[in-house]
Design a protein around this ligand. Structure first.
Ligand code: ATP
Ligand code: MG
Length: 551
């Protein structure tokens, strides 16, 4: 399934578009990505973005970004800005930026047209009564007594709804379709409701707002969208989509095509639920690196290329399935393996004193920033009498086949010398706090003579090292499908964030830019946090481990 960006794998939607273009059904393909600005975009949206923008780009077409802003109570300009930023960051450029609210006047006019054609009516019943009348899957609905209201009366009531003469919820405008339809969406669905809420764009101009199904199809047609791509749950709404467009005076009739939503294991892809995590303080914000949001992934150190690669690998089908987190992690791991500069960092420092190394000597050792990519250059790494190694790289009681440092044993300090441990110093509790070693001065860039030294460990010079806080992230949830739980907050993983405050990193990182990405050798991939890191206090986020260690 894996492909390059230049020759994407085909899928049923690409095939439909290619065929339509070959048959000259359209001169140009036009798609749109239509988020509701009621939260930040998540990895599921990335799938839709890559599909919509990708198909347009591959076919010399256009893709619009359209904010579906018809639920003002939950929407905000903050979300609009965040969504624009995320789409751009993913590497896409919209042809036109639109809002459903751009069409409020036109939508109103089309509703009047439906009323004039006897295809819509104003209903005064309560939401509860309407639900009762709607029937069930096995029972047909019953006509509302208001269904037979005259056109003149409907026109008058609808105008008064708009003029603000009624209370919220007092009336609804409904399509007049078929109360016995097998598809419940066709049993006289609501088109407009009265809702006095300030809108982030239209202010208080409107006190009636159009419903999603009614708005989406007309907005698509106004923009001359050719292929309106949406997720499978809208398949049952397609007859309504087509009904509205068939019954109003508009030239264009986009084709709605449904595809499977992305579900990702151990996380949640729903703006509403992610919002709850933010509001309840389970995460630090929408951009918390544990969040499956684009902003969270970016802050964790993901690249746009890795996310696009992921969307390509998972493909587009009509079958719902849940993707393993490892698929996403492999994409970023591969990308960073190729692109991230190498550096050394010690998360759990253990001091090593090299007794035979000259006191005031400092050697500036040269290290490659990337083992395979010379173009990434070299950097200086200072070496001196005292270095830190990771506690993990010394074993007081070594397990079998242990290749790192032990008392009386040798190990190579990466890019530097072979050292030998002579003495282990412990505190009163028996914890190892310092190692006394010697170094073999003939081993810089050379193998020692007459003996094999297998282990290579990373290190940083004590006097040169910079203090850093390192944040290790794990799955946000304990179970693969948290969305299926009654209370998804009850299955949060309590160990999803581990903060290491006393890490030591090499001095070259003092000039690292916010957001820059590194492979800390033998430790993992990390990124300098864009929000909390400063010159006084470096903060690194772990993007992903070196290998897939999740079990
Ligand atoms: P949410 O429940 O997270 O708010 P939504 O579908 O209501 O999701 P919208 O803002 O309406 O969110 O979605 C914009 C577009 O993104 C829609 O076309 C929708 O189908 C698509 N989309 C949303 N979630 C996913 C997903 N998990 N996988 C694929 N596409 C998605
Ligand atoms: Mg939605």
């Amino acid at each position: 399934m894996s492909t390059t960006e230049n020759s994407p794998a085909t899928n049923f939607i690409r095939q439909i578009v290619t065929k339509d273009l070959a048959e000259k059904k359209h001169s140009q393909v036009i798609t749109r990505f239509p988020p509701e600005p009621n939260g930040f975009l998540h990895i599921g949206h990335a799938k839709s973005i890559c599909l919509n923008f990708g198909i347009a780009a591959e076919n010399n077409g256009k893709c619009n970004l359209r904010f579906d802003d018809t639920n003002p109570e939950k929407e905000s300009i903050e979300y609009v800005r965040a969504i624009e930023k995320d789409v751009h960051w993913l590497g896409f450029e919209w042809a036109e930026l639109r809002h459903s609210s751009d069409y409020f006047e036109l939508l109103y006019d089309f509703a009047v047209e439906l009323i004039e054609k006897g295809l819509a009516y104003v209903d005064s019943h309560s939401a509860e009564q309407i639900r009762e009348f709607r029937g069930t899957l096995t029972k047909p609905g019953k006509a509302s007594p208001d269904r037979s209201r005259s056109k003149a009366e409907n026109l008058d009531l609808f105008a008064k709804m708009r003029a603000g003469e009624f209370a919220d919820g007092q009336y609804l405008l409904r399509a007049k379709i078929d109360m016995a339809a097998a598809n419940i969406n066709m049993r006289d669905p609501a088109l407009y409701r009265i809702r006095r809420v300030h809108h982030q764009r239209t202010g208080d101009d409107w006190c009636i707002y159009p419903m999603y199904d009614y708005t989406d199809c007309i907005s698509d047609a106004i923009e001359n969208i050719t292929h309106s791509l949406c997720t499978l749950e809208f398949a049952d709404h397609r007859p309504l989509y087509d009904w509205v467009l068939d019954n109003i005076t508009i030239d264009s009739h986009p084709q709605q095509i449904e595809f499977a939503r992305l579900e990702l294991e151990y996380t949640i892809v729903s703006k509403r639920k992610l919002n709850q995590l933010v509001v309840d303080g389970h995460v630090s914000g929408w951009d918390d690196p544990r969040m499956p949001t684009i902003a969270g992934l970016r802050r964790a150190g993901f690249t746009p290329g890795a996310i696009r690669d992921f969307c390509e690998r998972i493909g587009v089908t009509k079958k719902d399935s849940s993707i393993e987190m490892a698929v996403l992690e492999n994409c970023i791991r591969e990308d960073l393996n190729n692109t991230a500069a190498r550096a050394m960092a010690v998360l759990d420092p253990l001091k090593v004193v090299i007794e035979n190394y000259p006191h005031d000597q400092v050697e500036q050792l040269e290290a490659s920033n990337h083992p395979q990519n010379e173009a990434m250059g070299k950097r200086k790494v200072p070496f001196a009498k005292e270095v830190y190694i990771d506690q993990d790289d010394f074993a007081d009681v070594p397990p079998p086949k242990y290749k790192r440092l032990v008392e009386g044993g040798e190990v190579r300090l990466r890019g530097a010398y072979v050292i030998k441990c002579h003495q282990v110093i412990k505190d009163v509790d028996g914890k190892v706090i310092e190692l006394r070693c010697t170094y073999d001065e003939n081993t810089l860039g050379k193998k020692p003579e007459g003996r094999k030294v297998k282990g290579v460990i990373h290190w940083v010079s004590v006097t040169h090292a910079l203090d850093a806080e390192v944040r290790l992230y794990d799955r946000l949830f304990k179970v693969p499908n948290p969305a299926a739980e009654d209370d998804f907050c009850a299955v949060l993983n309590p160990g999803s964030l581990q903060v290491i405050s006393g890490a030591k990193v090499e001095s070259s990182l003092s000039t690292a830019g916010l957001g820059s990405r590194f492979q800390f050798e033998r430790v993992g991939y990390f990124c300098l946090d864009t929000e909390d890191s400063s010159a006084d206090k470096l903060v690194f986020n772990r993007t992903v481990t070196l290998r897939d260690t999740w079990v």
